[in-house]
Design a protein around this ligand. Structure first.
Ligand code: ADP
Length: 446
C-alpha cells in the first residue's frame, strides 16, 4: 500500500479522498491555492502545501506545481479527484516520469475517453450500441447535412473533446444545422482547444443511466450497479439516484454486461463510468466513458456498501478485486447537488460569505461538504458547495426522507439550490419515477 498520497484537488472531493487515505493508514498531503489557505481540506490533511494563486490555471491546473508538491513531500501516489486535471493524460505522463503512481486508469484509456467521437467509434467496432451519427468528426457542412438527412432531424452537434454539458447544439432542421455548425466549431475551439465536432441523432426525452465499473490491474472488471442522472439542467446533472427505477432485472443485466464489455474492449483499469442514454422504447446507447471518480459516486456507495475511493486506491496499489455480490443493491439513494446558485434568478452564481448554516442528520443522511461558518465561497471555483445524499429502504422512503433533510438544511448568507429541490420532490411525475433529461425544463419551466 502507498505510504503518502498527494490529493491534487480541493473542496468536498479533496476531503473525501483525505478521509479514505486516513482510514487506509495512508498519509494524505493536501494542495491549496492562496484562496484556499483556510479551507477545510488543507486543515485536515497530514500536511498541506501551497501550489499557487487562486486562478485555477496557476494552481490546481498547473501540472509542474502539482508534481513539485508531490516530490517535495515524498508522495508515492497522486489522487486527482474529479474536474481539474483528473482526465489530463499529461498529468499521468508526468506522474510516470517522476515515479509517482497515478490513482486512475492508464494514460491511453484517458486519451481515448477524452476524444468522444473516437471512443464511440471504438465502441461501435466492438458491437456496443451507439447512437446513429457521423463516423468520426465532421469536416464540413455538406457532409454534416448528408449525415443529418440520413439519420433524420433533430440532430445534436457535439464537441469531441467537450465535457461538463458544454459544447452541444441541437438542430431541428437543415437551416439550424447550417446556422449552428460554425458556431459549434468556434465554441469547441475556444472552450476545448480543438475544432473537432461530431453529429448524433438527438434522442427525444431520454433517460441518462450510467454504470459504475471497477477494474483491477489483472483484467478483472466488474459492474457495481447503475445511477440514473436524468434530472439535469442544461445537460448538467442536479439530482442522481441509485438504482435506476426504470430498469427491470433483465434490462439491468443486459446493460451492466454491455458496460463491462465496453470496459473490457479497451482494457480498462481502475474506476470508470460507462454512460448510456435510454430511449422511450428501452433501447440504450453508449455516449461516453468517464475515467475518474464521479461527483455522484456516493449514491452507489449508499446502496452497495462499498467505499469506491478506497477501492480506487487499493486497485492502483496493485490489489486484486475481492469477491462480493456484484450488482446487489440495498434500498434507494438520492444525491442533491447543493450549488451556490440563485435558482430564482436563472441559477446565477452566488458567491459570498456563509454567515450561518445547519446540516441535516438522522438516519440515512450523508453530507459531503467543505463549508463552515464564515467560509467565503470563492468565485474562482465550481459552485458545488455540498452534496446531500439520502438513503431509504425504498424510493418512497428515500423521497420523504430527502424532503425532511432538505427542510432541515439551512445555509445563510448566500443563495443555494436547496429551495429548488423542494419543488422537484413535490412533483407527481418525479415521485412516480416518470423522469427524463428534459424533466426540469418541462415540469418547472427553467
Ligand atoms: P458531457 O460529457 O458534456 O456531460 P454527454 O455526452 O455525457 O456530455 O451528454 C450530457 C447530456 O447531454 C446527456 O446526459 C443528455 O442529457 C444530453 N445528450 C447528449 N447526447 C444526446 C443525444 N444524442 N440525444 C439526446 N440528449 C443527449
Amino acid at each position: 500500500m502507498f505510504k503518502r498520497v498527494l490529493v491534487a484537488n480541493r473542496g468536498e472531493i479533496a476531503i473525501r479522498i483525505i478521509r479514505a487515505c486516513k482510514e487506509l493508514g495512508i498519509e494524505p498531503v493536501a494542495v491549496y491555492s492562496t484562496a484556499d489557505k483556510q479551507s477545510m481540506h488543507a486543515k485536515i490533511a497530514d500536511r498541506s502545501i501551497c501550489i499557487g494563486p487562486p486562478q485555477p490555471n496557476k494552481s490546481y491546473l498547473n501540472i509542474n506545481n502539482i508534481i513539485a508538491a508531490a516530490e517535495v513531500t515524498n508522495c508515492d501516489a497522486l489522487h486527482p479527484g474529479y474536474g481539474f486535471l483528473s482526465e489530463n493524460p499529461s498529468l499521468v505522463e508526468s506522474c510516470t516520469k517522476n515515479d509517482i503512481t497515478f490513482i486512475g486508469p492508464p494514460r491511453d484509456a484517458i486519451m481515448l475517453a477524452g476524444n468522444k467521437s473516437k471512443a464511440i467509434e471504438v465502441m461501435r467496432q466492438n458491437r456496443i450500441p451507439v447512437i446513429p451519427g457521423s463516423i468520426g468528426n465532421i469536416s464540413d457542412l455538406r457532409q454534416a447535412a448528408k449525415i443529418s438527412k440520413r439519420i433524420g432531424y433533430p440532430v445534436i452537434i457535439k464537441a469531441s473533446f467537450g465535457g461538463g454539458g458544454k459544447g452541444m447544439r441541437i438542430c431541428n432542421n437543415q437551416k439550424e444545422l447550417s446556422d449552428f455548425l460554425s458556431i459549434a466549431i468556434s465554441e469547441s475551439r475556444s472552450s476545448f482547444g480543438t475544432e473537432e465536432v461530431y453529429i448524433e441523432k438527438y434522442i427525444p426525452k431520454p433517460r441518462h443511466i450510467e454504470f459504475q465499473i471497477v477494474a483491477d490491474n489483472f483484467g478483472n472488471i466488474r459492474c457495481a450497479g447503475e445511477r440514473e442522472c436524468s434530472i439535469q439542467r442544461r445537460h448538467q446533472k442536479l439530482i442522481e439516484e441509485a438504482p435506476a427505477c426504470i430498469l427491470n432485472g433483465k434490462l439491468r443485466k443486459i446493460m451492466s454486461e454491455t458496460a463491462v464489455r465496453a470496459a473490457q474492449s479497451i482494457g480498462y483499469q481502475n474506476l470508470g463510468t460507462i454512460e448510456f442514454l435510454l430511449d422511450g422504447n428501452h433501447n440504450f446507447y453508449f455516449i461516453e466513458i468517464n475515467t475518474r471518480i464521479q461527483v455522484e459516486h456516493p449514491v452507489t456507495e449508499m446502496v452497495t456498501g462499498m467505499d469506491l475511493v478506497k477501492e480506487q486506491i487499493k486497485m492502483a496499489a496493485g490489489q486484486k478485486l475481492r469477491d462480493r455480490e456484484w450488482g446487489k443493491n440495498n434500498g434507494v439513494a438520492f444525491e442533491f447537488r447543493i450549488n451556490a446558485e440563485d435558482s430564482q434568478n436563472n441559477f446565477s452564481p452566488s458567491p459570498g460569505k456563509i454567515t450561518d448554516y445547519y446540516l441535516p442528520g438522522g438516519p440515512g443522511v450523508r453530507i459531503d461538504t467543505f463549508i463552515h461558518s464564515n467560509y467565503t465561497i470563492s468565485p474562482f471555483y465550481d459552485s458545488l458547495i455540498a452534496k446531500l445524499i439520502v438513503w431509504g429502504n425504498d424510493r418512497r422512503e428515500a423521497i420523504s426522507r430527502s424532503s425532511r433533510a432538505l427542510e432541515e438544511f439551512t445555509i445563510q448568507g448566500i443563495k443555494t439550490t436547496i429551495p429548488f429541490y423542494h419543488k422537484i420532490l413535490k412533483n407527481e411525475k418525479f415521485m412516480e419515477g416518470n423522469i427524463h433529461t428534459h424533466f426540469i425544463e418541462e415540469e418547472l419551466g427553467v
